[in-house]
Structure formats: C-alpha cells, structure tokens
Design a protein around this ligand. Structure first.
Ligand SMILES: Nc1ncnc2c1ncn2[C@@H]1O[C@H](COP(=O)(O)OP(=O)(O)OP(=O)(O)O)[C@@H](O)[C@H]1O
Ligand SMILES: [Mg+2]
Length: 501
C-alpha cells in the first residue's frame, strides 16, 4: 500500500433543507488506512455529510470521487456496493429479531430442499457466532435485540457494518454509550481495520477520544469546513475554538450548598432484578450524582423511582415527607418527579411531531382551558423553552426528526423542564451534546437548584459529575457501594467507579 493513497474525495458538496443550507461547499478527503475525526457543534452538518456519502440524499450538488473514479452516489445501494458502511447516529436494528439475524440481514445463507431455498438457520447462527468471536465481541447471537442494553446494541451495529468487508467505515457517535472496556475493544478493532487499509470516519463529541484515535481532523461549523489538519497539529482548546468560533469559559459551576431539608428519601429499595437494598436521601437544592459502570443498575433505579419499572418493588420511598408508591410515570409526575431518560429515541420524543408539540407534551394538562388548549400560553412556553435549552431549529413547527441528534436531545430536556418538577432525574444529560452547549447545560443546572429544584444526575463522565455534583453515590452491581461527600475531583470519581468493593 502506498502512503497517502486517496480513497475518497468529496468536492463542493452542497445540501439544502427547507430554510437551511446544511452543507455549504464542503470538501472532504479520506485516505486509505486513515482514521479521520469529523467534528462540529450540534447541527454543524456532520450527519448530513455522512448521509450524502451513504446515498441517503439524492438532491445534493457537488462531486464524489471514490478511488480516483467519479462515483455518483445517489442511493444507499450504490454506497453499499462501493464498500461504504455506515453506523448512523440513529439505531437501525430490528428489535424483534435476534443478534445473528440483524448481523446477517440480506446475506442469509440458504439451503435447498426439494428444489426450494430455505434459510439455513444453523449456518446463520454458526456464521454469526464465529464472526462475533473473530471480532472479540461478547454477544449472545440468539438474543433478541430488544432484550439487550444499549451498549450491546451498539456492538451489534458495529458488527453488522463490519461484516460487509467495508473499504470505508463511518461511525456517527459510536461510543456515546459504551463502557471504557468496550471502548478499548472498539479502538483495537479500529486499529486493526486501519492497518488493513480501511478508511474510517469517526464522529464524536468526546474530544479526548478523538485525539486518542484520529490521525486527521476536519471541523465543520454551520455547514462549512473550518479546518482540516493532521491531529498532531491541533489540540483540545484549538478544536473547541474552531468548532464554536469563540473561546468557551471553563469556569467551574458554582453549586450552592443545599438546604439540608430532605425532599426524597429512599429506604431499602429493591426490585430483586437490577438493584438491591438502595437507601439514600436527596436534599432540596442538591445535585446528587450517580456514578458507576454501564450495567450498575443506575438507569433501572431511575426508572423505578419514576414508576416505569417492569418489576415489583420492595422498600419505601418518601417525597416531601409523604410516602410515594411509584405505580406509573403519571403518578410520579403528579408528585413532582420527572425523568430525562437515557434512551431518548425510545422514550423521549414523538419524532414526527413538531418541536412545539414535543415540548408541551408533558404540560398539556396545564394548558387546557375548557375544551381548548390555551394557544398563546403554549406559544409562550415553547419560545421560553427553546431559548432556555438553545434548540437550533428554523421554527418550532418543524418536526423533531428534522433536527440534528444533539438538538433532539435538547428538546427532551426542555420538555421535562417545562413540567417544572421538584425533582428532576437526568440520565446521561449531555450524551451527544457538543462542548459549547454542555457548558450551558451545566449553568442551567446551577440555576435550577438555586431556584430550589433538586437533581439526580446519572453520568458515565467523571468530569461531568465532578463539575456539577455536591455529593456522589457510586453503584456497583445494583448496590450503592460508596458515597463521595462534598465536591470531588474527576480522578476521585474515576477511582471510586473502578475500585473493587
Ligand atoms: N431531514 C431534515 N430536514 C430538515 N432539516 C434537516 C434534516 N436533517 C438535518 N437537518 C438540518 O441540517 C443541519 C445539520 O444537521 P446534522 O444532523 O447534519 O448536524 P450534526 O452535525 O450531525 O449535529 P449533531 O452533533 O447534533 O448530531 C441542522 O440544522 C438540521 O436541523
Ligand atoms: Mg449528527
């Protein structure tokens, strides 16, 4: 393989959506055996560029050269035939099928019987199993996708993309929900692919990660390429500056001391499946962190408190001095609880409804005036929320599936803030959110607790917990194993999460 052999050249790509130019004369080059980080704020155009490459849009202008030849990619099949494999930001697995079926979709082995072809199930599962073993993925080939956690689902996505012998592999936010060991596995796989000449495009908001893995970095802002350079010529602050066009002040969040008045008390809560014997108190005006490895039971605990657990609960919950039995989310909301779920696509949004209706989904009750919805109050609320969480959209009437991934997440956050809960549980609040907006969200949290709200923050990022929490509980295998009292450093959080108990 010659050095710097050009695999892909996208030239002067322009793609418009109603009211917005998502890509503006974008030039992008990928070499063989290169890991190319594609960076930019929420809505910068990263996913759109990838969708052009994947043949999902036929109405762009510009030229795509693949291995020196003009490739007029306008359909997904043309992209696949060239060896372009994409793991999109939105999952595209079939939830009711097994891991093996999802991986082998479209390439099912057949066997002939009385002149007719049938799926050879034994071979299908056998092939899938040996492929997973080759990748070193610990996944049950016969499990249904719907029964897997998000991290495992992500590995299935990756396996599915890799099985077609890709020349170009694109990963749009692949590690948003992986544990650090799974991430290490993924990086090892990426290195192997790079060494065999595959070109990899890697999109992530975890800049540390991009610097760990990328050879080259391209930065988009408002649909334009702002910079494209070897990673060794850039550093973290430079990238942030290029992404958002200004300096971000890394001022530490000033979290006021909480009131000492208990708002939520949990005693010996157990669901006999995902968590056991959980006891803790949340105080009014406190930001309490929940740290732990993926699978520690934090999400299940949050769902249980919100009345969304599938298992019967034992133990006691007290909110504002009165016992609370969480039997449904409606009930939880009426007692002043709200949950920003980890899996926003599944639980957070009605994708084909407008930004406005998603934002007011949870507050409709309060907006009803006789038989009618109070339209002007609703408009007011929507405008306030869009400003508060800084949703980038051309109007509040566009449907949510036209927003970029990060902006969809902001809508979910706004939706729950509109309820004005007393207790807000945030499960991975900034996953997929760009660095500039993250700082805004931390400031927002600070304001919310100053106004008397109490927050529980579940996060996989030690820096995040260290930055906003007054106190952190560490969970391991469904139990609380440690409490970090007072502000902690991210090193202390990380040490707490990874220690043996
Ligand atoms: N189907 C669509 N219809 C209308 N507008 C769209 C559509 N898809 C994307 N856009 C707009 O194009 C712009 C670029 O979005 P894109 O999804 O490419 O951003 P991104 O860089 O991937 O952001 P994120 O980090 O949030 O995923 C945004 O303003 C978005 O609202
Ligand atoms: Mg995106």
């Amino acid at each position: 393989m010659t050095a710097h052999e050009c695999l892909l050249k996208m030239e002067n790509i322009v793609k418009d959506f109603p009211g917005i130019r998502a890509l503006d004369q974008v030039n992008f080059t990928l070499e063989k055996g290169q890991i190319h980080g594609l960076l930019g704020s929420n809505g910068a155009g990263k996913s759109t560029l990838i969708k052009v490459l994947a043949g999902l849009y036929s109405d762009y202008s510009g030229r795509i050269m693949f291995q020196g030849q003009e490739a007029n990619i306008r359909t997904p099949k043309q992209a696949t035939d060239l060896g372009i494999a994409v793991i999109h930001q939105e999952f595209s697995l079939l939830p009711d099928l097994t891991v093996a079926e999802n991986i082998m979709l479209g390439r099912e082995p057949l066997k002939k019987r009385v002149g007719l072809a049938f799926t050879d199930w034994d071979k299908l599962f056998g092939d899938a199993e040996s492929f997973l073993e080759e990748l070193g993925f610990d996944l049950p080939a016969k499990a249904r996708i719907a029964d897997l956690g998000v991290a495992q689902q992500q590995l299935v996505q990756i396996a599915k993309a890799l099985i077609c012998d890709a020349k170009i592999l694109v990963m749009d936010e692949p590690t948003a929900r992986l544990s650090s060991s799974e991430r290490a596995d993924l990086f090892a796989i990426m290195h192997r692919l790079r060494d065999s000449g595959v070109g990899i495009i890697y999109i992530s908001h975890f800049l540390e990660e991009v610097f760990m893995i990328a050879d080259h970095i391209t930065i988009l802002r408002d649909g334009k390429v702002i910079e494209s350079k070897p990673a060794s010529e850039l550093d973290h602050p430079a990238v942030v500056r290029l992404m958002i066009g200004r300096e971000v002040a890394e001022t530490p969040v000033e979290i006021p001391v909480h009131s000492g008045v208990p708002i939520l008390e949990v005693w010996n809560l157990t669901d006999h499946e995902r968590f056991q014997d959980i006891s803790f108190t949340l105080y009014k005006g406190e930001i309490l962190g929940l740290a732990g490895l993926v699978g520690a039971g934090r999400t299940e605990l949050a769902r249980a408190l919100f009345g969304a657990s599938q298992y019967p609960l034992e133990g006691q919950i007290v909110i504002g001095g009165k016992e609370f039995v969480p039997s449904s989310p409606q009930e939880a909301i009426s007692r002043g609880l709200a949950l920003l779920p980890e899996d926003r696509k599944q639980q957070g949004l009605v994708l084909d409804h407008s930004v406005a209706s998603n934002l007011t989904l949870t507050t409709l009750r309060h907006l009803i005036h006789g038989p009618l919805i109070d339209a002007s109050r609703r408009r007011e609320l929507v405008e306030k929320m869009i400003k508060l969480v800084e949703v980038k959209c051309t109007s509040s009437q566009v449907s949510v599936n036209t927003l970029s991934g990060g902006n969809q997440q902001k809508v979910v956050l706004g939706k729950w803030l509109a309820v004005q809960p007393e207790i807000l549980i945030l499960d991975q609040p900034t996953a997929g959110i760009d660095v500039g907006t993250k700082a805004e969200i931390y400031k927002l949290m600070e304001q919310l607790v100053k106004d008397g709200m109490s927050l529980i923050v579940i996060s996989d990022e030690p820096e995040e917990l260290a930055r906003v929490c007054q106190r952190i509980l560490i969970m391991r295998k469904g139990r609380i194993v440690k409490e970090l009292v007072g502000r902690s450093t991210s090193e202390e959080v990380l040490a707490g999460v990874t220690a043996e108990y």
